[in-house]
Design a protein around this ligand. Structure first.
Ligand code: FES
Length: 177
């Protein structure tokens, strides 16, 4: 499924989220094992690998010319690659509440956290109603030259935070044209 600029606008606004009031039996912040393998409202969570600690390439820019949320490296690299057709940015798959992996929901075009039901737009902004109080982090991206041509490189050692104005940094996105 492709994502047009108009769809980006639509999915970046409004959200219905559920807030579960504490019953005193469960801690707000789960233990590490619970975050990765537990079960929440019937949705089984897979064990997430640790995020990468070194830069990695994700393919040539023209591979992402179609606007979309690219999910192919989510399981191996803990990253979501978002293209609007003209530029690409990388969202870290780490909920900013307690670090759970977030899931991309094609029906709502949102990222949702299975641990405590925080949700995020496709640009990474946190939506009201969840426990995450800030946006997902982006990882710095750049285009590097390789033997096989230009490649997009994602650097997980350089997180960029919206609240610090870092999403406006030159390395927050790469041009695709
Ligand atoms: S880890 Fe708690 S809402 Fe995501």
């Amino acid at each position: 499924m492709s994502l047009t600029r108009r769809q980006f606008t639509i999915t970046s606004t409004g959200a219905i989220t559920l807030t579960v009031l504490g019953c005193g039996k469960q801690p707000d912040v789960p233990m590490a094992d619970d975050m990765s393998t537990g079960d929440n409202n019937g949705e089984k969570r897979e064990k997430n690998p640790d995020p990468p600690t070194e830069p990695f390439t994700v393919g040539p820019p023209d591979q992402y010319a179609t606007a979309n949320v690219y999910t192919q490296l989510n399981e191996s690299k803990r990253v979501w690659l978002i293209s609007d057709g003209t530029e690409l940015y990388a969202l870290a798959d780490l909920c900013t509440h307690s670090g759970c992996g977030v899931k991309f929901k094609e029906d709502t075009w949102q990222f949702e956290c299975p641990c405590h039901e925080s949700s995020f737009t496709t640009d990474g902004a946190n939506l009201p109603g969840g426990k995450a109080e800030r946006a997902l982090e982006r990882w710095a991206v750049e285009i590097i030259e390789t033997d096989t041509g230009p490649q997009i490189q994602v650097d997980p050692t350089t997180p960029l935070r919206k609240e610090f104005g870092e999403w406006d940094d030159p390395d927050a996105a790469v041009p695709l044209t």
